[in-house]
Design a protein around this ligand. Structure first.
Ligand code: BGC
Length: 744
């Protein structure tokens, strides 16, 4: 077993912490935030690689530059070079796919752990759990004999309607990078390459195969690239996936500026660029502009752009052998780094173990967001309760499969209903009613391939019989819990949602259930924002859960029953209306043949806060069963230089009766700036466990260089001198204390 022992022991230390919820963790808040750093690609294999390349024919070399099956690129058997074996994806190791089609390979030994989706990981605001996820799923990739995991997906959530919102972490570049880095390090600690996707500016599914994304350079640098940059320069990711769309006129798999100038020249990337599936459009241009491996959807593999066509281009003198060797060398290099060639000491890994299910549980348990608990209904008090109505298709809906590359075949998926059955005393009767049906009308997209005008069209009428059953169950129970929201068919890759409305008539169902039983808890299971304005007005208790992995139902039941004190925080803004969101307010989604990101740097809460628009729930928001108090905010000095780091300290007190974790969030603002800046930006955070009735001293380190903006004219990051306000709070709108510093 290899593994970077430091990270492993840190991760284990954290698992111990999370599994002992009632013990004081005297160190966690005082120690500095852990720094995750990946292992650089070493040059130790250079000579071996050069001698291997010297023995290869041009056909063998080109064979390595494209898919030779759905999820492998070619090897050279006679030289002991194996195929490069890839696997999806963001929610766990995808089932084995046939070599020549998208059909399942039909194996019975490829059941994997279904991990919570990235949105859920982001809601934990816990980088250690992101490492846990990466490390755990990395082991599963190895157990399945894979070299490359097509994950993490770290595109910014630009619009709440994005079909892949649940696959991505957040709308905020700082939170994004703080979660992406440990995930990648965790994966690569297991001799597996992380393939960071989708590089870059791939923020909508609508017309994703053709749309040309336009934005100014500052926006690119400040919002859409920081997590990719950290993935390369800090986590040292070994591979990157080029996206489907165009950026400033060129497809991203043949984009010289993005792949050669930024990724390689500026950031020093030494790994391989893999295309998204069927995202390649040219031969010589793709290769010269930075693509290394072309992957695709079923057609004869020799017809790929980097297959026979490349041989022809070589024979016609349109591309040099030197250029081809460069790409082959990169591929061999990453294969050596993960010990795919000639190494007996490689991580063997393990699949769907209890330890991995526990990892999935730990993430899920910290991700649930308590949005409203006005009457302190939660945690559920069971004294005197003899019956609970469990209502909604989502109480039993399984979400492991779906969403193309993000599906996982698993033997364990604990649904919300299963979770309650597992955790409630047997004396309590559960009255289950499906309530609403998941139904779709014929989608006019069905006929067309790769047309992504909008997602599945839901039938929004309730079935009268199902409604009646639900109302009966609610009337005849002491408490009702409605599990509403969406699912992996409604939120999916390849299409964006048409609107924020809850599908399948759920709003009407919730209203009617609340009318017959006011003692009703509404639990949303979804990966992206929905319009909850009406529901928020009439319900006193609102919980947000996610596509939350194999153990999702157990974790959710533990939160509802108070075994786990909720500590999740929204990783994006929940708008009241879609028109309030920046891409929609500026009428710049989804565009047509081009889309211009007119809101610029004002993505997510940056827009809401700068334009003074009230969201339904702000970025970073989430309640607890206890009350925290933030006080005594200090910095170690008053004046700093651009190379300094501010030591921000404050006290975090738990004034309630139960232990809990709070996410302290550090926002900065620079009101006197000479240039346009967002009203505030997240620049630090820390999740802290505080025992009831005690206080922890918390330190957040803020390197001054984090305050830099990107100056387009100078092509440099510049920290403006002047006064900056540092604000500490428990959401972007829940600022508790402020302090100013000067920067010289
Ligand atoms: C997705 C990728 C995925 C690939 C392979 C593409 O459609 O965009 O995220 O890894 O398919 O399944």
């Amino acid at each position: 077993m290899k593994n970077n022992m430091i990270y492993l022991s840190l991760a284990l230390a954290f698992v111990t912490l999370t599994s002992c919820k009632n013990e004081v963790n005297s160190d966690s808040s005082k120690t500095q935030t852990k720094v995750y750093e990946g292992k650089e690609i070493s040059s130790e294999f250079d000579t071996t690689i050069d001698s291997l390349i010297a023995k290869m024919t041009i056909e063998e070399k080109i064979g390595m530059l494209h898919g030779n099956s759905m999820f492998t690129s070619g090897g050279v058997e006679r030289l002991g070079i194996p195929e490069l074996k890839m696997v999806d994806g963001p929610l766990g190791i995808r089932e084995e796919i046939s070599r020549n089609s998208w059909a399942s390979a039909g194996l019975d030994n490829d059941f994997a752990t279904y991990y919570p989706a990235a949105g859920s990981v982001a809601a934990t605001w816990n980088p250690e759990l992101s490492y846990t996820f990466g490390n755990s799923v990395g082991q599963e990739a190895r157990a399945r004999g894979k070299d490359m995991l097509l994950s993490p997906a770290i595109n910014i959530v630009r619009t709440p309607l994005g079909g892949r919102t649940y696959e991505y972490f957040t709308e905020d570049p700082f939170l994004n990078k703080k979660l992406a880095v440990p995930f990648i390090v965790g994966v690569q600690d297991n001799d597996v390459m992380a393939c960071v996707k989708h590089f870059a500016a791939n923020n909508q599914e609508t017309n994703r195969g053709t749309v040309d994304v336009l934005m100014d350079e500052r926006t690119l640098r400040e919002i859409y690239l920081p997590a990719f940059k950290a993935a390369i320069t800090q986590a040292k990711a070994y591979s990157v996936m080029g996206a489907y769309n165009k950026f400033r006129g060129d497809y991203l798999c043949e984009n010289d500026y993005m792949l050669n100038n930024i990724l390689r020249d500026e950031w020093g990337f030494k790994g391989v660029v893999v295309s998204d599936w069927a995202a390649v459009h040219t031969t010589v241009k793709s290769l010269e502009n930075g693509l290394d491996i072309e992957m695709g959807t079923p057609k004869p593999f020799n017809e790929f752009f980097l297959a026979d066509k490349l041989i022809e281009a070589f024979n016609a003198g349109e591309i040099s052998e030197r250029e081809i060797n460069k790409h082959v060398k990169r591929i061999l290099n990453v294969l050596f780094q993960v010990k795919a060639i000639n190494d007996t000491d490689r991580v063997k890994g393990s699949l769907a173990t209890d330890a991995h299910y526990k990892d999935a549980y730990d993430i899920a348990a910290e991700s649930v967001v308590l949005l409203k608990n006005e009457k302190n209904t939660l945690p559920l008090k069971l004294e005197g309760v003899t019956s609970i109505a469990v209502i909604g298709n989502n109480a039993t809906k399984k979400n492991a499969l779906g969403g193309f590359g993000a599906g996982v075949k698993t033997k364990r998926e604990v649904t919300p209903l299963d979770g309650l059955k597992n955790k409630l005393p047997k004396s309590i009767k559960i009255n289950y009613a499906e309530g609403y049906l998941e139904r779709y009308s014929k989608n006019d997209n069905d006929q067309k391939e790769e047309v992504t005008l909008h997602g599945p069209l839901p039938v929004n009428e309730l079935d009268p019989v199902k409604l009646e059953e639900a109302l009966e169950a609610a009337k005849n129970s002491d408490v009702a819990i409605i599990f509403a929201g969406s699912n992996r068919d409604y939120e999916t890759e390849a299409s964006d949602r048409m609107n924020l409305k809850l599908p399948f008539g759920q709003e009407e169902l919730i209203k009617k259930v609340l009318a017959v039983n006011p003692n009703t808890i509404v639990v949303m299971i979804a990966g992206a924002p929905f319009d909850l304005q009406e529901i928020e007005k009439i319900t006193s208790t609102l919980v947000w859960s996610w596509f939350n992995g194999s153990e999702g139902g157990n974790a959710l039941a533990d939160v509802l029953l108070g075994t786990v004190n909720p500590s999740g925080k929204l990783p994006w803004t929940m708008p009241k209306n879609i028109e309030d969101s920046p891409a929609h307010a500026t009428n710049s989604f989804p565009g047509d043949s081009t889309v211009t990101y007119a809101e610029g740097i004002l993505v997510g809460y940056r827009w809401f806060d700068t334009k003074n628009i009230e969201p339904l729930y702000p970025f970073g928001y989430g309640l607890s069963y206890t009350n925290f108090e933030l006080s005594d905010l200090k910095t170690d000095k008053e004046t700093y230089y651009s190379t300094d780091t501010v030591e921000v300290t404050f006290a975090l007190k738990n004034n309630g009766k139960v232990d809990g974790k709070e996410v302290a969030q550090l926002y900065i603002s620079n009101p006197d700036s000479a240039i346009e800046k967002a009203a505030q930006e997240l620049k630090g955070f820390k999740k802290v466990f505080v025992k009831s009735g005690t206080s922890e001293k918390v330190t957040i380190l803020l390197p001054i260089k984090e305050l830099a903006y990107y100056n387009e004219l100078k092509k440099e990051w510049i920290v403006e001198s002047g006064t900056y306000n540092l604000k500490i709070g428990n959401s972007s709108r829940g600022i508790k204390k402020e302090i100013s510093i000067n920067i010289k």
